[in-house]
Write a protein that binds this ligand. Structure first.
Ligand code: 4AD
Length: 466
């Protein structure tokens, strides 16, 4: 058992050594009746394994058995390492394993719904292959998602979810270093937290209830309970009707809430430093993963500044107007205006990551603090990557009378949030926070064209499986 070696550790220094390796038979090729080659894949690394008839070791029957293995089967291989005189094409490791024994521990179906090699090609590679007359099956998104376990085996997908985890890890690390700590709030709720009808309703032992649209109310209640600075990483449920490239019905919310001394600039400061740290880390620590993603889905590295650009909503509106783009100065920006503004900001300031703050009050949720100098506006912000929103945040109303007034003005059934409003009756600190969509961060950092690519098993209006 001491001979077990990872495929990625198979290097020429091991020449002559006995090894045991485990992985998937990525490709299998027989040469006559006495020889077969298996390219073995483990965690994205591949090695060529050679099965040749040898007296007392490998029989013709064994070569036949290997030649008939199905692609993607899991195999254990015992053998020894050799270094061929010519470079090896089609495998990451520059050694071969001369096979003595091979056990199939998990057989794959003979015909798979997705051919991994086809699924791993970029559009450009597909075009080229088609022009060269190669027979290949284009793998469309639904086929990929229906067979997600296979689709996830491509190098790009292996990269995407390691990048996703790195975002989560740095988010946690950074916030911990700033005195925040993690909490978990209930996902079963008596009513909506963000307003609107986009909630999944359910029956809670005879009471009407729904799945949490966000940790909003409880993360604020945690601040009222003197926790000071909190974050949560957890699922968020939205009964979205829109079938778009950037909406899911379940996504991972990265939520932050903090007591503040003066104003919501303290919250924006955290966003700024947090995301510069996240992006720096991705570029530094996920080079291999980003390269794997880029090979299949080519993208330009994200342009961002050391100090994140902040523009007021009014400045943004003015930029759009100056560019001949008509927008309602007190309405919300639609997808097209957000994209357009993203382009204008990139041209003028050279960044694809920026904060837009002081939104009109009318387009923000009831818990958002109105501006003292002009209640048509609010102490709120959105954050964009490549012209698409990844974060929304704000200072919150912490005065119960004003909170009640705002909830009523937004048409909210006060009965469903009475315990939340009560939390502010025992002395509440000034506070603010923000919510990030994890899949959106990954999608936009990697320039992916669809959020489903950044969700392990996506849930959308038409998809509840696998
Ligand atoms: O803008 P949202 O709805 O804001 C909130 O939930 C607030 N409680 C946050 C706060 O603390 N003020 O959602 C926050 C983020 C969005 O910016 C977006 O990145 C993501 O969550 N998001 C979605 N991601 C995927 N699918 C959806 N349907 C999403 N809806 C929002």
């Amino acid at each position: 058992l001491n001979d077990w070696v990872k495929v990625k550790s198979l290097t020429p220094e091991l020449e002559g050594q006995a090894v045991v390796v485990n992985g998937r038979a990525q490709t299998i090729r027989a040469v006559g009746k006495n020889m077969a080659f298996v390219v073995l894949r483990e965690s994205g690394f591949t090695v060529q394994c050679v099965v040749t008839v040898q007296p007392d070791a490998v029989s013709r029957q064994m070569v036949k058995y290997v030649a008939n293995l199905s692609r993607e089967s899991m195999v254990d291989i015992q053998g020894f390492v050799t270094v061929p005189s010519v470079p090896i094409k089609g495998a990451t490791q520059q050694v071969e394993v001369q096979v003595k024994k091979l056990y199939c521990v998990g057989r794959a179906m003979p015909t798979l719904p997705i051919n991994i090699e086809d699924a791993a090609r970029s559009d450009v590679e597909i075009e080229k292959a088609v022009q060269e007359g190669e027979q290949l099956v284009r793998v469309n998104q639904d086929t990929r998602l229906n067979n997600r376990v296979l689709d996830l085996r491509t190098p790009a997908n292996q990269g995407i979810f390691r990048i996703q985890y790195q975002v989560e890890r740095i988010f946690r690390q950074f916030l911990e270093s700033e005195g925040f700590f993690g909490i978990h709030t209930p996902k079963l709720m008596p009513g909506s937290s963000e307003g609107g009808a986009a909630v999944f309703r359910l029956d809670y032992k005879g009471q009407p209830a729904c799945l949490a649209q966000s940790p909003q109310l409880h993360k604020q209640m945690a601040i009222c309970a003197d926790f000071g600075r909190v974050f949560e990483i957890g699922p968020v449920f939205r009964a979205e009707d829109s079938f778009t490239h950037r909406h899911l019905c379940e996504f991972i919310g990265l939520d932050v809430e903090m007591a503040i001394k003066k104003n919501y600039f303290e919250v924006m400061d955290i966003v700024d430093r947090l995301f510069v740290t996240v992006f720096d880390s991705l570029n530094r620590d996920c080079e291999k993963e980003l390269e794997a993603v880029g090979r299949q889905y080519p993208f330009e590295p994200l342009k961002y500044l050391r100090n994140t650009l902040r523009l007021t909503f009014e400045e943004g509106i003015q930029m759009l107007k100056d560019a001949g783009h008509e927008v309602d100065p007190l309405g919300d920006l639609n997808t097209e205006s957000e994209r357009k503004l993203g382009q204008l900001v990139l041209e003028k300031y050279g960044t694809e990551f920026y904060i837009l703050y002081r939104y009109p009050l009318a387009v923000r949720p009831f818990y958002t603090m109105p501006c003292q100098d002009n209640p048509l506006y609010s102490y709120s912000f959105d954050v964009f990557i490549r012209g698409e929103e990844i974060i929304s945040g704000a200072q919150r109303v912490h005065v119960p009378e004003l909170l009640t007034e705002r909830a009523l003005a937004c048409g909210i059934d006060i009965a469903t949030i009475s315990t939340y409003i009560d939390s502010f009756r025992y002395g509440a600190p000034k506070h603010g926070g923000f919510g990030v969509g994890l899949e959106r961060v990954v999608m936009l950092f990697c320039g992916l064209n669809n959020i489903r690519k950044a969700s392990l098993f996506p849930r959308d209006p038409q998809r509840l499986a696998p």
